[in-house]
Write a protein that binds this ligand. Structure first.
Ligand code: ZN
Length: 177
């Protein structure tokens, strides 16, 4: 594998402490923070892909209810994982970090061929972002401590799907960089 970038999905107030939060998100914060620190030290780009919804318009609200509305506290990254000056932040409208965003262009400009996918949720946004990464020819790594979802079955199923269908490497956070 060649050049890597860390992608972090939806570590936003609404998902961690807000209306669509679940306790299972809390234990991924520390390992994710550790990974970011290692990445920044080594010059590996850290790219945030954050839900940034339009109030009363976006179709996702039918499934999840209102969340991560542009300009609100709920749409901000949690304090523990705030982006640094060297990081990149890309707003998104739905599950995949690639869909109608500049993520692919940024990865190409940076010369990245391997994406390290972290964040919330393993069986939804991480899985859909992995699909789009796979379609575009990127290698995929998922550090298992840096993602989860609402249930254990969903977590295991999400990681298995990324591994079996997109050829993703599932590893521990210490094995990524
Ligand atoms: Zn959303």
């Amino acid at each position: 594998m060649g050049k890597k970038a860390i992608i972090v999905i939806d570590m936003l107030n609404d998902f961690v402490t807000g209306p669509i939060s679940t306790p299972r998100v809390n234990h991924i914060i520390e390992p994710t923070k550790k990974l970011f620190e290692m990445a920044r030290e080594q010059g590996v780009p850290v790219i945030y892909t954050n839900d940034c919804h339009t109030a009363e318009v976006d179709k996702e609200f039918k499934v999840w209810g209102p969340h991560a509305i542009e300009g609100t506290f709920g749409a901000e990254v949690i304090d523990e994982l705030k982006p640094q000056a060297c990081d990149y932040v890309i707003p998104k409208k739905t599950y995949s970090g690639f869909y109608c965003t500049t993520l692919e262009l940024l990865l190409r400009e940076l010369g990245v061929d391997t994406v390290v996918i972290t964040g919330w949720q393993a069986d939804c946004c991480c899985r859909h972002t992995s699909a789009d990464a796979f379609f575009r020819g990127f290698n995929i790594i998922v550090p298992k401590e840096t993602t989860d979802t609402t249930t254990e079955e969903g977590y295991i199923g999400g990681l298995e799907y990324i591994k079996n269908i997109y050829g993703g490497t599932i590893c521990s956070v210490d094995e990524v960089l």
